[in-house]
Design a protein around this ligand. Sequence first.
Ligand code: GLU
Length: 496
Amino acid sequence: MSLNKVRVRFAPSPTGPLHIGGLRTAIFNFLFARKNNGDFILRIEDTDKKREVTGAEKYIIESLNWCGIKVNEMPGVEDKRGPYRQSERNDVYKKHILRLIEKGKAYYAFDSAEELEWYRDGHKKKGKTFIYNWHNRLKLKNSLSMSSAEVESLINSKGKFVVRFKAPSKGFVKTSDIIRGNSEIDCRLLEDKVLIKADGTPTYHFANVVDDYEMGVTHVIRGEEWLPSLALHYLIYDAFNWGKPFFAHLPLILNPNGKGKLSKRTGENAGFSVFPLKWEHAGLRETGILPEALFNYLATLGSSSGNTGKTMSLKQLVEAFELNSVVSAAANFDFEKLKWYNHKHIQEKNSEKLLNDILELMPSLKDLDQLKLIKAIDLVKERATTLVDLWTLAEYLFFSPKQYNEKARKKVSLEVVKKLIALCEELESRNENKTNLLSLIKNWSNENNIPLGKVLISIRIIVVGEPSGIDLDKILSFIGFDEFVLRLNSFVKSAF
Ligand code: GLU
């Protein structure tokens, strides 16, 4: 391996929305690229057209953007080693597969799907597994067992064929993984995997290796589910005589209870989404999660370098990132922990920026006074876990309660309310400065022997609708005297 510039790639298949697991893979690749001043490539692995889902590619790009993951090369951007969509690279695969066939490392196979099914069934009945490889390939219909004239005529007659990899019939393939160490796999156990399908397009394995080579990828950082493919990928590199990149297979992300891979359904049952953005249902963004919090939390999943128990900025995460600190044990996804990160990042973000985030989520708030909104965010943010909370906690500062908590309403004393209205009328007629409204009320209650506790809880329920909210003094100075009088009156109208 020469000391080339670090180049990594994130290579999702557009078969649906980007899952949190995929996003974590993208984040680790991005952190590694940043740490090493390398390039981060986005390659769309769309060779399986039947599984492609409309809108998935756009969703993936939007999710990366939202999380602040900057891509150096991708479809339409810095296309120097592109195209970056596999469906647009068929001529590249064609050129390489012909080379591999010429070198005797791959061969044409003409066995029909029915024939192969027949072999599989037959083996199954005998308690065996049919594997197309060294021990039977000469008995099957392929360019190794047939004459070149036959092969040529079959190809020219436009019959269906695939191209298979000719796995070695002896020896071991020694693989190496930065996270998991070395392994040895007996080549005799390997299948002659299909590299080019009957429709002429490449399989994942072939396109993936060819592209990593062609795009100069130095480090392949991907999910653990691809570890079983590593031996085959090694053999394909060797068959071409290509230098290999380094490999790092990231640990799985499990359901919160540690059982099974994190799934959409578990998320739904537990009340959270496993997708960053809306896809049919609300994603994490729509539930009020900040991208920097999601990024920070995912950076800790499976790695000790980001897992300091404190929030970390992108810069700090980049500095701390080490592939060697990635562990092989799977990590449980913990939504409560993500919310903890979110709460902390909300405290650290300035309120003007938080306002922008909130406006993106709730554009109707653009009609409110923006300066007042910033002030309100300042007042409530220490209690907020999500962006949605921020607005829920601030709403009463802008609008009178739509309804009053039933239990709390009973705590409001009608006598006190009537006296308060009388007090407000008097204050109005006296035309005095009412900015210190709460102290005026406190003095008044003192002078008139009205129990202060009763007054304060009544006021809180009248202005908030609930026995909750920030400091009453702050609420009253925020909403002002006129709004307070309006709320007193609407309470009286609705309650008595
Ligand atoms: N297209 C594969 C996926 O969807 C990429 C695997 C890899 O990174 O090699 O995850």
